[in-house]
Design a protein around this ligand. Structure first.
Ligand code: NFS
Ligand code: SF4
Length: 632
């Protein structure tokens, strides 16, 4: 058998071998069949925007087609394709935010959805000037939800959450006309401007993309995070376990996969239902074992400690264990491949969102008004499926790692309170973090986020980069599938201090945190933005001056393009481990990896080697420290 070399995760290799024996394909097989990706597409040089085309521009200057039939140049085609990716990512994240706002809008004291964090709701009400005196908390919630829902389509003005941005950054955006309007409008503007015969200026297109991206990070995503916290509670540190070894041989295994916590929160409640537990016993199972994949896993692990089955590249492998009774999905990052795959096993593949029906799956529409009843029905299906499990086909790898998750900005502050002398310093701030950065005990901070992508060895990009950074006293915060990679690799356990440099290890000891902090799902990168914003205010500098960097070593989705862009536009340098499809235009590459810095104080770096990327990130951090006059 040929040697497997596409993952550093031992469960992945073991299950791919099982799949091969059973004649089952995985993403790596399909990748092989795909052979080399289309060169035009890879460089962003293929345009399918109108039916005169498709047009493809020769990547060699002076040879072959240099323009589309309409005359669009490589620069224009590449820029249009790129900003359409941003619009796609922005649409996805912000539609998630909107859905959660709708859930808050229908929250009721005696309903399925209640308010879990009143304090956060009241502070948001104050921020948005919603009256709170002598009002029922649910009335306040509904009005706050309405205000949020209006952010998507308001005809005038910029987004309310931009008020959270430090003054210096606001000025940068004002001066460069980067403040986004209504969230939906930003998406529509991109779709309009990239229509045949509309905007044909690469620089202006990229500018539109940057502006729109801010409506993701400081708009839709932030609404998603805030409202999820209000409804389901702001995360606090808690213990969990990660990797496919969390599946249990003698229990009904249910996996929630997708993104919006409105579904998974109800499943969390449903699996604790005494009647359903009884039913599980009746079918011969010892219990119901819930675990998660992708961002849904992040949402429920942050708030309930639900175990993490794996990240994006492992979704098929979970089914291949033969031990999963149901994979319950809502939206985003769900392989259509799960549909035929689950048919080879006994696994029920249940779609729940009208936005994501998948042919071959069982669709049980999740009706928010009767959320818990819908969730119970879905769980019941899974339990009844236990009897169909073929014991001969079951193989659950033993591998799993303990992890501490749940680092919202609030919980990071309360951890930091452990080292505050309350007679001198205020409690509940980031000051201790700012102090150790100033003193050089920590050199800086890095956000390592994003997906898995078979162009990179599974989890290798994330883990090697994180290890290099923490070894060099750079604290790492993470979300999404990168966070799950870290949890699986043991970087979120207290023992992981042994991988940290002396300074970081000391901080971890004193503050009682792991060196890599799980901050949630991808919409929760808004938490990272708030963390950086508050740190900038604390040090009274612009966000771009901080010794803070970002990276997406294994990114693949349009959402990631939008994220990377809003992170850079927010003044934070960002390293990509996979090149985006822009290399067909030297001008666009120059805008992103060079010229952006003069405008927003940050730029993209493309570096597939995690060691080199770490080195560059550390150098950049040291440059920023020097410019700030911080201790060397
Ligand atoms: Ni983020 Fe979450 Fe994972 Fe990538 Fe997909 S789950 S929103 S897009 S693959 S990190
Ligand atoms: Fe070709 Fe222009 Fe149509 Fe694109 S918009 S397909 S470049 S003619």
């Amino acid at each position: 058998m040929e040697e497997k070399n596409f993952s550093i995760d031992p469960t992945t290799e073991a299950l791919v071998i099982k799949a091969e024996k059973e004649g089952i394909e995985t993403l790596w097989d399909r990748k092989k069949i795909m052979k080399t990706p289309c060169g035009f597409g890879e460089e962003g040089l293929c345009c399918r925007i109108c039916a005169m085309g498709p047009c493809r521009i020769s990547p060699t200057a002076g040879k072959g087609a240099q323009k589309g039939i309409c005359g669009a140049t490589a620069d224009v085609i590449v820029a249009r394709n790129l900003v359409r990716m941003i619009a796609g990512g922005l649409a996805t994240h912000s539609d998630h935010g909107r859905d959660i706002a709708h859930v808050l809008h229908m929250a009721k004291r005696d309903g399925n959805y209640k308010i879990a964090d009143e304090k956060k709701l009241l502070s948001l009400a104050k921020e948005w000037e919603v009256a709170t005196e002598n009002r029922d908390i649910y009335d306040i919630a509904h009005e706050v939800a309405e205000v949020a829902l209006n952010e998507f389509g308001k005809p005038f003005g910029s987004l309310r959450l931009l008020e959270r941005v430090p003054e210096q950054r606001k000025q940068v955006w004002d001066e460069n006309k980067l403040k986004p309007g209504a969230i939906d409008k930003e998406i529509v503007t991109i779709m309009h401007s990239t229509h045949i015969g509309c905007c044909a200026d690469a620089k202006d297109l990229v500018h539109k993309g940057m502006r729109a991206s801010l409506a993701d990070g400081w708009g839709g995503s932030m609404i998603g995070t805030e409202f999820s916290d209000i409804l389901f509670g702001s995360p606090v540190p808690r213990e969990t376990e990660a990797n496919l070894g969390v599946l249990e041989e003698d229990q009904v295994n249910i996996i929630v996969h997708g993104h919006e916590p409105s579904l998974s929160e109800m499943i969390v409640l449903a699996v604790e239902d005494p009647e359903l537990l009884q039913l599980a016993k009746e079918v011969g199972a010892k219990g119901i074992n819930l675990s998660g994949m992708c961002c849904t896993a992040n949402e429920v692990t942050m708030r309930h400690g639900v175990k993490i089955a794996g990240n994006f590249a492992q979704q098929e492998l979970a089914v291949i264990t033969g031990a999963v009774e149901a994979v319950i999905v809502d939206v985003q990052c769900i392989f259509p491949a799960l549909s035929p795959l689950t048919k080879c096993y006994h696994t029920k593949f249940i779609t729940t969102s009208p936005k994501a029906k998948i042919s071959g799956a069982t669709h049980i529409e999740f009706e928010e008004e009767k959320a818990l009843a819908s969730a119970k029905q879905i769980v019941k299906e899974a339990i009844l499926n236990f009897k169909n499990r073929d014991k001969e086909k079951v193989f659950i790898p033993k591998t799993k790692s303990p992890a501490i998750v749940g680092y919202s900005v609030e919980s990071i502050k309360s951890q930091l309170d452990k080292v505050v002398n309350s007679h001198i310093d205020p409690m509940g701030t980031l000051k201790p973090l700012a102090d150790v950065i100033k003193a050089g005990v920590l050199r800086g901070a890095a956000g390592v986020v994003g997906c898995n992508n078979p162009k990179v060895k599974h989890d290798y990009g994330h883990i090697e980069l994180m290890k290099e950074l923490i070894k060099n006293d750079v604290i790492v915060v993470t979300t999404g599938c990168a966070a799950q990679a870290a949890a699986k690799a043991g970087l979120m356990s207290k023992e992981a201090r042994k991988f940290a440099g002396k300074g970081l290890a000391t901080v971890c000891e004193l503050v009682d945190i792991p060196p890599v902090l799980h901050m949630g799902s991808c919409v929760d990168i808004s938490r990272i933005l708030m963390l950086v914003a508050e740190l900038a205010e604390m040090l009274d500098v612009d966000m771009s001056a901080l010794p803070v960097v970002g990276a997406a070593p294994e990114w693949m989705s349009e959402k990631a393009v939008s994220i990377g862009t809003y992170v850079v536009t927010s003044g934070i340098d960002t390293w990509l481990g996979v090149a985006p499809p822009v290399t067909g235009s030297a001008a666009v590459v120059d805008l992103l990896t060079n010229k952006a810095e003069a405008v927003v104080g940050a730029r993209f770096y493309i570096e597939p080697d995690p060691y080199k990327a770490a080195q560059q990130m550390i150098e950049r951090i040291e440059e920023k420290r020097e410019a700030l006059g911080l201790s060397l």
